[in-house]
Design a protein around this ligand. Sequence first.
Ligand SMILES: C[S@@+](CC[C@H](N)C(=O)[O-])C[C@H]1O[C@@H](n2cnc3c(N)ncnc32)[C@H](O)[C@@H]1O
Length: 293
Amino acid sequence: MSMLKDQPKNVTVNQLIAMGRNVLESYEKMDAAIDARLLALYVLQCTSSELILHGNDEVADHIKESYMYMIAKRIQGIPLQYITKSQEFMGLEFYVDERVLIPRQDTETLVETIIEYSKQNRVEKAVEVGVGSGCISVSLVHYIKGLNITAIDICENALAVAKKNVKAHQLEEHITLLQSDVFKDYDGEEESLDLIVSNPPYITFDECKGLMGEVKEHEPRKALTDEGDGLKFYREITKEGKKYLKKNGLLAYEIGYLQGEDVCNILKQEGFYNIKLIQDLAGKDRVVIGMKL
Ligand SMILES: C[S@@+](CC[C@H](N)C(=O)[O-])C[C@H]1O[C@@H](n2cnc3c(N)ncnc32)[C@H](O)[C@@H]1O
């Protein structure tokens, strides 16, 4: 890599971070200073205060090389989380790599809505469709006592990442992973679930073309789009899932911010009641919930 050639021989932690920032800035990377610092924390395996405390310490050559290697990956557009293999979600740490969607802060609105609901309603048995990294299922089981989830994904690769996270959080007894195309290979009892939750691939085929390169080129396409109008999974999960939900069971979706009306209508058509549209922290429509009649 060309930028490795002109590096000074001995550098301190602060100088290393400045070098990283300069390279990222010269490639017009947004958040250059933040990324340079986060990668330093990762490569040095230290806390923010240790980074400040040891800013003038000299860095070993192999650390400098790993750091600049990661900076090079970042300028190629590889998302920071795929480099550091980690993302925080609901205050918990998740392993992530190119096999799964990076958990988004928007999705916390979905999880928080269900946690609030569980304070007034019994939520013991659930299915998640499209588990990906496992961030939703793991967080729900972590925060809702007595909850057991069957977590479905069509992709074997995604399930391998979910398995790693379920294990890391020691929740193997409460989360069962299942490879299935939506409910096709799910053989649970009818009218047995308190909750079905999903953050399905909801980006339309057309919108997918206009996505940022970092997302489009590095995150799994199957996690992003239904290759159609963005509503395919809401139709399918609502129709198929209805029979597995108990009477008054909850269906909870994350949605794209322009899909509120359409998704509410899908729930209405399938006979759900108490349908609500909930906004995220930015005030955008983000979650739809409804109850089975
Ligand atoms: C938007 S991602 C959500 C991942 C994770 N739950 C999250 O919120 O970060 C959607 C997930 O649905 C999975 N998926 C796509 N098509 C599916 C299908 N037909 N049946 C089950 N899962 C599917 C993808 O592999 C992906 O992991």
